[in-house]
Design a protein around this ligand. Structure first.
Ligand SMILES: [Zn+2]
Length: 302
């Protein structure tokens, strides 16, 4: 019988070999055509299929979806402002018990010298987070702050949330102008800063991890607050500002107090002596922020 005969098996082997040969020739031809087409496309686009380019067509080089999510397209902002780095080779000081850090945002203004007078009278050092102002009057105030032992930190140049929080690069552009202006005015490089609106706010949800990481990488320390005088929006009376601060400070062993020294914050200035008197009476001490002071920062998961 033909099926089962030696001859049948011989034919079967020959057919198999023929099929393998035909398949190989066919796929070689297909590869040649596609290679030719690829070369044509590359040539049209001014490229050549060198070893390097050829390797980049490897599927292994493709970014996965997870990589695209976690790594932004570019870290170019890390190259911006190479002088914006602070020595971060230090340790935090031990926490001062019963400590209050008064901080004034958005100045300097015509009110600032009045606040400096009050602080001087009480021998208290505080912190000023500055909005860009390079007028001669402002420069006099910066020098006075340094001379009288206060700390100057960067707040913002434009204080416009939509501009600052567009990207990490936009934030650095804004930060750099005020940092440089303050260094030129006082000869002291600012080492700490406060984010306009706080480190995490409704304007920077998409970029705050990137901005915070970049600023920490550069050695800067930022301070949010755990006590607010609630004097930012208009309407708070002298008595309300006083109560807000006194009631809140009593909840913590160390308080970073948010106040403002814009020219219209006269109630803040007039509440200040009573706030200092009351807290001193209750055993609190006042200190300026420096980078060695352990920060108070909003929780990422809020
Ligand atoms: Zn502000």
């Amino acid at each position: 019988m033909y099926f089962r005969s030696v001859q049948f098996y011989k034919h079967l082997i020959l057919i198999a070999i023929a099929l393998v040969v035909l398949a190989s020739i066919g796929s070689c031809a297909l590869l040649a055509v596609s290679n030719h087409q690829m070369k044509k496309v590359l040539k049209e686009n001014g490229l050549a299929l060198t070893g390097e380019n050829a390797a980049s067509f490897s599927p292994a080089k493709k970014q996965t979806e997870a990589q695209r999510l976690y790594y932004p397209a570019s870290f170019d902002y890390q190259q911006l402002y190479p002088n914006l780095f602070i020595d971060n080779d230090y340790n935090y000081l031990p926490d001062q018990p019963h400590s209050v850090y008064l901080t004034f945002d958005d100045g300097p203004s015509s009110l600032t010298s009045q606040i400096l007078d009050i602080l001087k009278k009480y021998h208290i050092k505080a912190t000023f987070f500055i909005v860009y102002n390079d007028s001669p009057e402002a420069q006099v105030l910066y020098k006075r702050m340094i001379a009288e032992g206060h700390t100057i930190g960067v707040h913002s140049t434009t204080h416009q949330y939509q501009t600052i929080y567009r990207s990490a690069g936009a934030f650095l552009d804004d930060f750099a102008q005020t940092a440089l202006m303050l260094e030129q005015s006082t000869g002291v490089k600012p080492e700490i800063f406060r984010f306009p609106g706080g480190s995490i706010n409704s304007y920077n949800k998409a970029v705050y991890p990137q901005i915070i990481a970049e600023m920490l990488r550069r050695g800067y320390t930022y301070y949010d607050w755990n006590v607010s005088a609630d004097d930012a929006t208009g309407g708070a009376t002298r008595q309300q500002i006083y109560s807000n601060v006194i009631n809140e400070v009593q909840k913590y062993d160390r308080s970073i107090v948010l106040l403002h020294d814009l020219s219209n914050k006269t109630d803040t200035a007039s509440a200040l002596p009573a706030i200092i008197d009351k807290l001193t009476e209750e055993g609190y001490s006042f200190y300026p922020l420096t980078k060695e002071v352990r920060p108070v920062a909003f929780n990422y998961i809020d």
